[in-house]
Design a protein around this ligand. Structure first.
Ligand code: GTP
Ligand code: MG
Length: 431
């Protein structure tokens, strides 16, 4: 069994501790103990104070058996020197920090090639400073078996990782280009993307499924979704694309943001954002998670877009005024830190409550765009065309016609024109 002992410097922040336990469990650990030290900054040598390290060693030894391995999970980001000092002092235990824990979960859930590469990249970038420290520490005597690479010489292992990083970055670039091409096509077709964003497990995929009629995997676990998915649907007659995204998390390490940038980029490109919030949680938890979301927005450069705050899971709260009060606080927090137009709606994605209201709110934000189609139509077919048009010129019994259409009419007009043996010369966005 994978046993875990958690080390935290924020014992008073109950939500964060609870979240770390949930993350550990999602990664497949059984949390057997917790060591807490209330301090503002980590100790520069060991993360926790020297006395606490001794206590940690004692606790860890208590749980190690022939069958059971113990991993120490540090709630924070370990500096290489802290990592090495802990390895030296604690001996034969696994030591991971928050980044590595999140990456372990990502690894478990990664389905697509892109997600797998992104995770490997984040992982390698995370261990590079550790390897550098390892190189430095060689003077003090090598640490055999570290990261399973005992048989490699440290320097060649370092070079191997560097080469692998370069290779993955090239591969990701190719996938990114492909993604950009698809995005451009969507733009050209006048399709608007609505990105569903929010903290992990807020109910994004559940809402995505309701809005698009999909049956994408949802789950109690954290980070069920790792690859973004796009599906079209109609909002009051307007065709839009909904985008389900990877969940955000508090204290997101920069390595993860960088590695997942191309998927997060889709959010930057969306026209409207739906921010899903689990309104059944405590006030303090909702606000803590909000801060995580805002931090991620800042890092990826999201600003100015209309955003609909969707207070989800209302079925779990008995008192409606409590829901409204919490949602108001979220609105207040966002209106001071986010610069786009905001609106709030209340839903239960699971029970399909409030969905029509959400759709109506969405429709307010989606403005129809106008396209101009230029086509040639044989003179003897002209009478078949029902849509209004301007006859620009006539040449050799061919009529050059210009149509002005709204984006949601595009598809039907194109098929109508095809039936009239028309040849489309150009489709251009007017506004
Ligand atoms: N009671 C209740 N549960 C909900 C509601 N919406 C979602 N859930 C549950 O919340 C959990 C997480 O739902 P998901 O849709 O997977 O959440 P997500 O935001 O996509 O999560 P990640 O992809 O992991 O970031 C699941 O157990 C859902 O059944 C709701 O309206 N009411
Ligand atoms: Mg999801």
């Amino acid at each position: 069994m994978k046993k875990a002992v958690i080390v935290t410097l924020n014992p008073k922040n109950k939500g964060r501790v609870k979240e770390l336990i949930a993350l550990a469990e999602t990664a497949g650990y059984r949390v057997v103990d917790l060591i807490a030290q209330n301090r503002k900054r980590p100790d520069s040598k060991f993360f926790i104070g020297r006395g606490k390290v001794e206590q940690l060693k004692h606790i860890v030894n208590k749980y190690i058996t022939q069958k059971d391995k113990v991993t120490v999970i540090v709630d924070g980001s370990l500096k290489p020197i802290q990592y090495f000092n802990l390895v030296k002092t604690l001996g034969n235990v696994g030591i991971i920090d928050r980044v590595q824990l999140i990456l372990e979960i990502f690894d478990k859930h990664a389905g697509s090639k892109e997600a797998k590469l992104q995770i490997e990249l984040a992982r390698l970038k995370h261990i590079i400073p550790i390897i550098k420290e390892w190189v430095r520490q060689r003077k003090l005597g090598e640490l055999p078996g570290f990261l399973g690479a005992g048989k490699y010489k440290v320097e060649s292992y370092y070079l191997l990782i560097k080469r692998r990083i370069a290779h993955i970055e090239r591969e990701l670039k190719k996938i990114r280009k492909q993604r950009e091409k698809l995005r451009k096509q969507r733009h050209e077709l006048g399709l608007r993307t609505i990105a569903i964003v929010g903290y992990t497990s807020a109910g994004k995929t559940t809402l995505f499924n309701v809005l698009t009629g999909e049956s994408k995997k949802i789950g109690k676990e954290l980070f069920t979704t790792l690859s973004p998915k796009v599906k079209s649907a109609f909002i009051n007659g307007i065709k839009v694309l909904f985008l389900d995204t990877v969940g955000f998390i508090d204290y997101v390490p920069i390595e993860i943001i960088e590695a997942f940038y191309s998927t997060l980029e889709e959010i930057v490109d969306a026209e409207v954002l739906i921010l899903v919030i689990d309104i059944s949680e405590e006030h303090s938890e909702i606000l803590r998670k909000m801060r995580g979301v805002i931090e991620t927005f800042t890092k990826i450069g999201v600003s100015g877009k209309p955003m609909i705050i969707v207070a989800n899971k209302i079925d779990l709260v008995r008192n409606f005024s409590e829901i409204v009060e919490k949602a108001r606080e979220v609105y207040k927090a966002l209106s001071t830190s986010y610069d786009g137009p905001l609106a709030t709606t209340y839903v239960s994605a699971l029970n399909r409550i409030g969905i029509d209201n959400l759709k109506n709110t969405l429709a307010m934000f989606i403005k129809a765009k106008t396209f101009s189609i230029t086509a040639t139509i044989p003179e003897n077919s002209l009478y078949k065309v029902k849509a209004p048009f301007i006859l620009a010129k006539k040449k050799d019994s061919l009529c050059y016609c210009i149509f002005e259409v709204k984006d949601y009419e595009l598809n039907s007009i194109i098929s109508e024109l095809k039936k009239c043996t028309a040849k489309i010369l150009e489709i251009r966005r007017v506004q």
